[in-house]
Design a binder for this molecule. Structure first.
Ligand code: KIV
Length: 273
């Protein structure tokens, strides 16, 4: 039995209650109205307008090119569909690093123009000043540690992070710092499961894992990966629940066949005078 009831709107406080009750949190990405509506109606707790829109929606190789305007556009589309889930919006690369005033301005734009409920930032000690400044405006902040795709050019690969003890210790210290700063949850991406469990036990706020094993407080996946639309992306951590790419391919081919043969539209699918 859920600690908060299926129909109630999800808040940052709800997520904390869920962690305390040992209830797992579900989170998925969405970038458009139609799919966001299905995700919300299916009862997912947190919808993330991720900057993975850069890859999934725009076909770019990294998340680096995303702008604040892009994120606000996607967030506006998703927001119109969301009734129950907590709506978290990624702050894109270059809108919060190294300048906490700019971070606050960017976060305020997301809240005012797209009606987000919270923002997500990648990084630890390096960005904590920005986190603190955003929080002064009453905007909830979700952290993101481990593999941080906006720093791809620093690391050069999307491989598993914090396998070495030194990097693992920094990650734990960063998680504690983000909790002390006031973050309400932290995404842990692509780190060893033992480390993810250690972090989850070391902090009081929820951890949401992607490629971080089962010992975290919740899980997040990119919606298009779960649905089997992005078939060229197959990391070990991904479980595909559908092969939608195949279904869509078959549907489109059938449509072409029917148009070419003249069997679509038929009498029932057209209007009499
Ligand atoms: O942008 C995104 O989709 C994300 C998730 C992978 C957590 O940050």
């Amino acid at each position: 039995m859920s600690v908060y009831g299926e129909a109630r709107k999800v808040t940052t406080h709800t997520l904390l209650e869920m962690k305390r009750a040992g209830e797992k949190i579900t989170m998925l990405t969405a970038y458009d109205y139609s799919l966001a509506k299905l995700v919300d109606q299916a009862g997912v707790d947190v919808i993330l307008v991720g900057d993975s829109a850069s890859n999934v929606m725009a076909g770019q190789a990294t998340t680096v090119p995303m702008t604040l305007e892009h994120m606000i556009y996607h967030a506006q589309c998703v927001e119109r569909a969301v009734d129950r889930a907590l709506l978290v919006v990624d702050m894109p690369f270059g809108t919060y690093q190294g300048n906490s005033r700019q971070a606050l301005d960017s976060a305020i734009r997301i809240m005012k123009e797209a009606s987000g409920h919270a923002v997500k930032l990648e990084g630890g000690a390096e960005i904590v000043e920005s986190v603190q400044r955003i929080l002064t405006a009453g905007i909830p902040v979700m952290g993101h540690l481990g593999l941080t795709p906006q720093s791809i050019y620093k690391f050069g690969t999307y491989s598993v992070r914090a396998k070495e003890e030194e990097e693992a210790k920094k990650l734990i210290a960063d998680a504690q710092l983000l909790e002390e700063a006031g973050c309400f949850a932290i995404v842990l991406e692509k780190i060893p499961r033992e480390l993810a469990e250690r972090v989850s036990k070391a902090i009081g706020i929820p951890t949401i894992g992607i490629g971080a094993g089962p010992g975290v407080d919740g899980q997040v996946l990119v919606l298009h990966d779960l649905l089997g639309i992005t078939m060229d992306f197959s990391p070990r951590f991904l479980r595909r629940y559908m092969n939608l790419a195949e279904g869509i391919d078959q549907a489109i081919k059938s449509y072409c066949t029917d148009v070419r043969s003249g069997s679509f539209p038929n009498e029932d699918e057209s209007y009499a005078s």
